[in-house]
Ligand binder design. Structure first.
Ligand code: PMP
Length: 363
């Protein structure tokens, strides 16, 4: 039998998935145990899928301690559609929404909201190339704002909010696409949380939305059905055909997180992995981290080398050594190592060893 070859996948998303999840999906692909059909072939109205949906939601509720007055939705259109759905549902005529602009995705979220209503940039670190999270005193909120939108982890710049901003009684909406379930999350402090699955939660094709139930009353009846949280909630994410396979896989990923002990142990493992990588970056002057220290992300570790030529060579040689996907986002360049929940510690060993060797030869 040919042995399985898997590289270390540092991609920002779609990204590495837990191997036991892939193995189980492969094993069950032709015939789900007790069902006799592939998950790719079952009806979204079948009891089989009903059970999968229920179990996935129950696991998610358990992991994050989601209170009863929140609904869990499985939607499509990626996190990008949420950039539009959030204001379409929650930003009433004449009201203003506050945006904490900490990177490319936060900027896009604000741009989409501007097409729907008034947007106020409550804080931005653009002048510092989004190298840090805004400080408390820099945040200027609009009294009576419809909501405050934040991006908990900035995938491209490698920064994350260490604590939720204090916004008083206002509603907090958070794009958690690149750090969902990488650490404990205080759901009760949020009005709405959304996350595209393809980093920490599963494959591309499904977007997790957690919304406080009373907010469903705000969805205007005039909204197209597919854009209305109220419609999706009322139909328990089956107003139309949901992404059955992606939800099935997400169900297995969240169970895998549970089997690792849940979110607190996950955070500890992620902190350890990131700390080892940052220590290597800080060890000599050859590598330079781009995020300011107090804002460093545990998920996306961004750094530069002394020249763009060296960065190009680094990415190429790393790929040859089985370290894939280290090129930074096209808008910022440099190196980005995305080390989500499922990224193994042995991959950190491999990258730090490679970094030392590269520095020895080129430094
Ligand atoms: N928000 C964040 C924080 C992201 O990292 C991304 C994708 N990388 C998006 C939004 C956009 O997600 P999607 O491609 O699922 O629309």
């Amino acid at each position: 039998m040919k042995t399985l070859t898997r590289v270390f996948n540092f991609s920002s998303g779609p990204a590495v998935l837990p191997l036991p999840v892939l193995e189980k999906a492969q094993k069950d692909l032709l015939s789900l145990p007790g069902v006799g059909m592939s998950i790719l072939e079952v009806s979204h109205r079948s009891k089989v899928f009903e059970d999968i949906l229920e179990e996935t939601e129950a696991t998610i509720r358990d992991l994050a301690g989601i209170p009863e007055n929140y609904r869990v939705l499985f939607l499509q259109g990626g996190a990008s559609l949420q950039f539009s759905m959030v204001p379409m549902n929650l930003l009433a005529n004449g009201a203003t929404a506050d945006y904490l602009v900490t990177g490319v995705w936060a900027t896009k979220a604000a741009e989409e909201a501007r097409k729907i209503g008034n947007v106020h940039v409550a804080a931005t670190t653009k002048a510092e190339q989004f190298s840090r999270i805004p400080r408390v005193e820099e945040i200027v909120l609009t009294p009576g704002a419809a909501y405050v939108h934040m991006t908990s982890n900035n995938t491209i710049y490698g920064t994350e909010w260490k604590d939720l901003p204090d916004i008083g009684d206002l509603l907090l909406v958070s794009d958690t696409s690149s750090d969902m379930f990488s650490r404990p999350i205080d759901v009760q402090r949020h009005a709405l949380i959304y996350a595209g699955a393809q980093k920490n939660l599963g494959p591309a094709g499904v977007t997790l939305v957690i919304i406080r139930e009373d907010l469903l009353a705000r969805s205007p009846a005039s909204l197209p059905a597919m854009l209305s949280y109220a419609v999706h909630a009322e139909n328990r994410s089956r107003y139309n055909t949901p992404p059955v396979f992606a939800i099935y896989l997400m169900g297995m990923v969240v169970k895998w997180i549970q089997s690792q002990g849940g979110l607190a142990p996950m955070a500890k493992a992620n902190e350890d992995k990131a700390a080892r990588l940052y220590a290597e970056i800080d060890r000599s002057g050859f590598y330079r981290g781009t995020a300011q220290r107090d804002s460093r992300s545990m998920m996306n570790v961004t750094f530069r080398l002394p020249s763009e030529d060296l960065e190009k060579e680094f990415v190429q040689k790393a790929a040859e050594a089985g370290l894939d996907g280290l090129k930074g986002h096209r808008s910022v360049g440099g190196i980005r190592a995305s080390i989500y929940n499922a990224f193994p510690e042995s991959g950190i060993d491999a990258l730090t060893a490679f970094m030392r060797e590269f520095e020895r030869r080129r430094g």
